[in-house]
Design a protein around this ligand. Structure first.
Ligand code: C5P
Length: 199
């Protein structure tokens, strides 16, 4: 909004970092495009730090052609302030605190539109209600191979938690992963995806 204020959300990055580390342990060359997070860069992994949705899109697009699998767990903002104030806005200057918002690019949606043949695209859906319906809708709408649906209405399965419980949807399947650590969830995610692709 201005040099002192911003709009963000509760995402910690823990799920994405766990996925990056699990992929690296399995022998993948990993590029981690990370929004603001206090987590340290994982060993062996190229980390690109970004702040805005546009910066994330640029970084993702620079690496998209060389990626066999793209997993987008980032909680990208859907809106940004329509106006950025170069100087800190004074409270005396406004009677009411109305902030106008503008849409950000939907990075995953664009990736789905331009998907290379053979490339695997995995999205995340953080939902507080109608989890599976919303997940299926996004799977189709964004042309994804898989979508991991999680419940953010709970303290132990969503933003900031060290644990998660994911339902992995594909065009033909619904796989319930158990409640477990985010680290273990990442491993189970790759087990499920590779089992499905082998079939
Ligand atoms: O439609 P929704 O935002 O719930 O979809 C979530 C999925 O889309 C996540 O995989 C997220 O990383 C991605 N996304 C994105 N760009 C946005 C918003 C969401 O890539 N602006």
């Amino acid at each position: 909004l201005d040099p002192a204020r911003f709009i963000s959300n509760r995402s910690s990055g823990k799920m994405g970092y766990s996925i990056a580390k699990a992929a690296w342990r399995r022998g993948a060359k990993v590029t981690l495009v990370s929004g603001p997070s206090s987590l340290p860069a994982p060993f062996g992994i190229q980390r690109i730090r970004v702040e805005t949705a546009e910066e994330m899109q640029t970084a993702v697009n620079e690496h998209v052609d060389s990626a066999d699998i793209i997993i987008k767990s980032a909680a990208v903002s859907d809106f940004k302030p329509a106006i950025y104030h170069q100087q800190k806005v004074k409270k005396q200057s406004q009677e009411e605190g109305v902030v106008e918002l503008a849409r950000t690019p939907d990075i995953l949606n664009e990736l789905g539109k331009n998907k290379k043949s053979g490339q695997i695209l995995v999205g995340f859906a953080a939902e507080s209600e109608n989890h599976l319906e919303e997940g299926r809708r996004k799977l189709q709408q964004k042309n994804l191979d898989f979508i991991a649906v999680n419940n953010i209405a709970s303290d132990i399965t969503g933003f900031e938690a060290d644990t998660n419980k994911i339902t992995l949807l594909s065009q033909s399947d619904t796989v319930e992963l158990p409640f477990t650590s985010k680290e273990h969830t990442a491993d189970l995610l790759f087990d499920s995806i590779s089992r499905k692709l082998k079939n």
